[in-house]
Design a protein around this ligand. Sequence first.
Ligand SMILES: [Zn+2]
Ligand SMILES: [Zn+2]
Length: 416
Amino acid sequence: MSAIQAAKGTRDIFAPEIHAWQHLEGAIRDYYGRYLYQEIRTPLFEHSELFSRGIGDQTEVVQKEMYTFRDKAGRSLTLRPENTASVVRAAIENNLFEALAPLRFFYIGPMFRYDKPQKGRYRQFHQFGVEVFADDAPQVDAEVIFSAVDFLRGLGIAQVQLELNSVGCPNCRPAYLKVLRQAAQARSADLCEDCRRKIDGNPLRIFDCKQHACAGIAAAFPVIGDHLCPECREHFAAVREALSWMNVPFLLNPRLVRGLDYYTKTAFEVTSGQLGAQNALLGGGRYNDLIRELGGPDMAGIGFAAGMERLVLHLEHLAAPKPKVLFVATADPRWLAHAVQLAQVLRSEGHPVYVDYQSKNLKKQFKKADRIAAAFTLVLAEDEVRDGAVSVKNMATQEQVKIPLKDLNAWLKQNT
Ligand SMILES: [Zn+2]
Ligand SMILES: [Zn+2]
């Protein structure tokens, strides 16, 4: 029979790579705990409408990349392509606005997009992200952005660079879109087919086009920064000022627009020159209308999401701390009960312990101990059991010492 393979765009994660994932997840929990963020876990699938309303009908994600299916009752469900809409939905549904304060969430988990798989990019991929629901004080933007940059640096990622823009608000964006549409219309013959379609729908998306010709043309298009309303302009200036208090250098990128429709005002991306062409590590921004549009109170929000696969690629070289494994070997099945009980005690004291149940050939058991990289093999044989002791063999030096069981824990504390 032919073996079944994982679905295209998915992959298995196991040791040693899994250590980098665990390290990253631990670092997220630790770091964001210091800012009073609480973890939230939302379902992997939601009603499709949440994403078409939340992310925007005209976005690439909703139009092309969603895993949407009907369940047996005929409901349209979608595997979450991102997590912000779900977190907002969860806060509204559970009325967390009343119950949890401050409203600061982080999440870690898989997302799903029907995208072209390539190196480091999967259809089931992982993101961690944060969401802050509060007023739209510009210092909140700066704190969120600072935390993103500081967290990445703390992981040891070098050449971290922050790009910043304001994408305006419903007061100023429509007028800007009109100007942008006119400019795009004038060059429509030279734009790719995809971009021509975006002119009427969402011309901002033209700035995302990877085609060289389109990028060149879009470089001459008007930018939102010249069309911001006074409120957006002031907010953006205050964000930049607060970033300077925090000593976060940034690059203004007037063509930075985010791929999802819900962003207002601040938008940002963090890249690392260390990671080559596909260097975007995380992106986010403010979404002041999303909570209200999804049926919640009139409350502002800001957040970002980071691709974990890329972070893990970077972290993989970190050697995982290796616990000293103890291997319990018995020379005769008669001592198996002693072995099992010894292992129980050792594990309760915090040691990783493997018991071998072959209990015949000691030489074979030593070989096995080597294969699982045990630091010590604890041998129970006639003499040891009679004397209430155990022989401990150091697998690296081959030295063996006999230690009374009552002294074993103290000895291991000194030697592991
Ligand atoms: Zn505005
Ligand atoms: Zn294009």
